[in-house]
Write a protein that binds this ligand. Structure first.
Ligand code: FMN
Length: 316
């Protein structure tokens, strides 16, 4: 299997768990790592929320020794906030790298605050932010789309490299294109022609075959939606890359992981657990289990973490 290096980091494999708000918290990352993911990212954190250290953001930034290598993903639009962030070492010292989100399409993030994918409209600002983040001495990566509403990914890729970033992740869609449009992987090779830093491909990678296809061009493959409720996708993909054979979805193991997920939520967040998040991710675990329609209906009615714990304990 290919190895992926990002600055001074050498990853055990090129399989990357994508940053996903409401999914990739510490418990979920641990499950995906145990299944074989070589790198993971936090959920996207607003830089102003990180600076104010509110309780929700602190939970999003929570990590532990086993949770490595880990990228802290941040976004924002005010240069002065990035400077303040860098000056506060306690905010970034626990992470292996810092990732700048230039891909979030949410209207609130992009249009109102000028952060996320809106940064694609301001390539020079992306370069400026990278140069600031590099002052931490950590590897810096950037996650982009093909553009905001028009494709300018080659221009952005050049600027990202010139500013000193250590890798570039490309979600191969425009921000305004909507999730249903197929990711356009042709752009991966065009990007590889203009930059030398590692390129991590993202968008519509769902199994061993699609991962292999992307890794023919890119240095890493990032999986998002296909990993929700199915952390074992990483072990199946790894097996496929090593042997050419991909196992079936293992419902029994998935059930064990679902239980493990709930118990990790209790361990790390206790009574501060975000139940709507647990129910979203839990519902996805159940969705990927055969014949679980009724179980899912019951599950969504639960009101407390304790009810969720009893629910998973009753599984046979
Ligand atoms: C529930 C959800 C939350 C997401 N949150 C983030 C995020 O916090 N940061 C980010 O860069 N992308 C985020 N994304 C986008 C994914 O990281 C990824 O780029 C996108 O889903 C395409 O990959 P896929 O086709 O493998 O799903 C999110 C996607 C989903 C489905």
């Amino acid at each position: 299997m290919k190895t992926l290096r990002i600055g001074k980091l050498k990853l055990k494999n090129p399989l990357v768990l994508a940053p996903m708000v409401d999914v990739t918290d510490l418990p979920y990352r641990l499950l995906c790592r145990r299944a074989g993911a070589g790198l993971a990212f936090t959920e996207m954190v607003y830089i102003d929320a990180a600076l104010h250290e509110n309780a929700k953001t602190k939970n999003m930034m929570k990590t532990c020794r086993e949770d490595s290598p880990l990228g802290l993903q941040i976004t924002g639009d005010r240069i002065e906030e990035f400077e303040r962030f860098v000056s506060r070492e306690e905010l970034w010292k626990d992470y292996d790298l810092i990732d700048l989100n230039c891909g979030c399409p949410s209207l609130r993030v992009a249009r109102k605050s000028g952060a996320g994918s809106f940064l694609m409209n301001e390539p020079e600002k992306i370069g400026h932010v990278i140069r600031i983040l590099k002052k931490t001495g950590k590897p810096v990566t950037v996650k982009v789309r093909l553009g905001f509403d028009k494709n300018n990914v080659l221009e952005v890729a050049r600027i990202v490299e010139l500013a000193g970033a250590d890798a570039l992740t490309v979600h191969a869609r425009l921000a305004t294109g909507g999730g249903r449009v197929r990711a356009d992987w042709d752009w991966f090779s065009k990007i590889k022609e203009v930059v030398k830093i590692p390129v991590i491909g993202n968008g519509d990678i769902v199994d061993g075959a699609s991962t292999k296809e992307v890794l023919k061009i890119c240095d890493g493959a990032m999986i998002a939606r296909a990993a929700i409720g199915d952390p074992l996708i990483f072990s199946r993909v790894r097996d496929y890359l090593e042997t050419g054979k991909e196992g079936e979805v293992d419902f029994k193991k998935n059930l064990e992981l679902f239980k493990e997920y709930i118990s990790l939520q209790r361990e790390y967040f206790g009574d501060g657990v975000d139940l709507s998040k647990v129910k979203y991710v839990g519902g996805r675990f159940l969705k990927k289990m055969k014949g679980a329609v009724r179980m899912r209906e019951e599950f969504h009615k639960l009101k407390r973490l304790k009810d969720v714990e009893e629910f998973v304990e009753s599984f046979k």
